[in-house]
Write a protein that binds this ligand. Structure first.
Ligand SMILES: [Cu+2]
Length: 175
């Protein structure tokens, strides 16, 4: 009898505990950092497009907790005709973009940031308009970690967390 009463006393707490755990995991699922092997990939943010815009860019950070370097070799996306890794350079005040050949190294115990004004994912021949809030997916291809299909979120340029204050004010990266 005392055992039973303890059980009934605990039942409501148990239920609260279950609900609490569900809410925690729900939050983790929404905050979409992704762990694959030694790589931790941040939520991928893609710039929203407006009517008539057929090119856009994507930003993310890849951290490598492993003992050996990996390499981001390429990117694939269903919503674009062509997906590439690009780099933005600013030489004497002239901003230029180039296609990064041979991929981007993710150093051992290091990280690489693809952000406005530097390295970025570049999508051309984008089908339709990418509105803010839209969920899409891209596949990142790594030399060692292989192909990783990841969710991406479309954001208004002002909402992209990878935007540095500098990039925001200059509005240089106009694609
Ligand atoms: Cu570009």
């Amino acid at each position: 009898m005392p055992v039973l009463s303890v059980f009934f006393l605990w039942r409501p707490f148990y239920r609260i505990l279950v609900l609490f755990s569900i809410s925690i995991f729900g939050i983790q699922a929404a905050n979409a950092d992704m762990q694959t092997g030694n790589l931790k990939i941040s939520e991928i943010e893609i710039r929203a497009t407006t009517i008539g815009m057929s090119a856009t860019a994507g930003y993310l950070t890849i951290a490598n907790h492993g003992m050996s370097a990996d390499r981001l070799m390429g990117v694939k996306a269903d919503f674009a005709q062509k997906s590439m890794i690009h780099e933005m350079t600013n030489i004497d005040g002239v901003a230029k973009m180039r296609h990064v050949m041979g991929g981007v190294e993710v150093p051992a115990h290091g990280s690489v940031a693809l952000k406005p004004g530097g390295l970025h994912l570049m999508f051309t021949g984008v089908k339709g308009t990418l509105e803010a809030g839209k969920m899409l997916s891209v596949t990142l291809v790594f030399e060692k970690a292989g192909a990783q299909k990841l969710h991406v979120i479309v954001k208004k340029p002002a909402d992209i967390s990878a935007m540095s204050g500098d990039a925001k004010t200059k509005k240089k990266h106009a694609h």
